[in-house]
Design a protein around this ligand. Sequence first.
Ligand code: KG4
Ligand code: ZN
Length: 360
Amino acid sequence: MRILGIETSCDETAVALVEDGRLLGERLATQVDVHALFGGVVPEIASREHLRVLPRLYRSLMHDVGLEPGDVDGVAVARGPGLLGSLLVGVSFAKGLSLSTGAFLVGVNHLWAHLLAPGLAGDLRFPALGLLVSGGHTHTYRIESPVEFALLGRTLDDAAGEAFDKVAKVLNFPYPGGRFIDELAREGEPDKGLFPRAFIDNPSLDFSFSGLKTAVATYVAAHPDLVFETMADPAAVAALSGERRARLAGVCASFNWAVADTLRIKVERALRRAGPVKSLIVAGGVAANSLVRETMARLAGENGIALNLPDLSLCTDNGAMIAHAGWLMARAGLHHGLDLEAVPRGRVVPQDWLRGELGV
Ligand code: KG4
Ligand code: ZN
């Protein structure tokens, strides 16, 4: 079964083709440079960019893999959560393709797709505990199968990636800043008492990162020499040296540790609460973070369960994860009609699929 995946939920436009769980090809256009000028994603610009580049990405992918539109059995599209205007571009394109070629349509939950992405590289073992740490979400799930997710915990305020981006913004790092904090943090030693690990002294599985972000902002305001005068570009971060670099590395290491250790505490708690699982799956942009990866590897080892971490290219938004999740859904006989709705951030993605053999 050949599935085309389409991703337009935020600031990456991406398409990919998967055949029976194997990636045939993919194309991605990032808008990061456009939004960097504003220090964050501007929704109206994001939709227009998707509209401009999606058709040509699709055409060049089909050309790369040597397939015709009619050779695709199903079209999988990220239907939410995300920016509504951006999602509508992908969903409308997918509906047009489905209508004109007869391929079936599958609306994919973008968050589930992140967590299923490591399945492209190796088998996932269920039941699993899933930790999704991205720019918009921090969720834990008990995952029974590729199409059965039960939410255990979520952030009450900022997502983990959002905390990275906001701390980076306070320091005037390039946008999005998670990667730069990670790089500097690796050179420093964390001061474990410097910043609070918020909302851990309770039995809750939920997260809160806004207090940590504020604590870093307050510290930085009291040490203004740490901040770049204007928004730095990556070369300016690389060129930092001497005592200033060392102090900044210490702040980044302390913040990064506070995030990673909060995630450790909550995931450990979720593992105890969720009942026996065979694996821990960690996904989303923040799963690219070195300390988060190390911490989760240790946790899985201590609990005697397998760890599934996507390759770095599969951590951030991409088309392959949508095609892969769509393939898993189609294999379970799930698909959608042309009335598929896009779901904006903050609303739960409904499980409103149609069931039945797809005839491929
Ligand atoms: O999953 P993703 O591409 O977007 C959403 O769907 O939200 O994640 C993007 C987030 C950004 O907040 C970015 O700063 C963060 O992932 N990120 C990192 C690293 N690489 C990306 N955060 C910490 N360390 C990294 N190495
Ligand atoms: Zn994402």
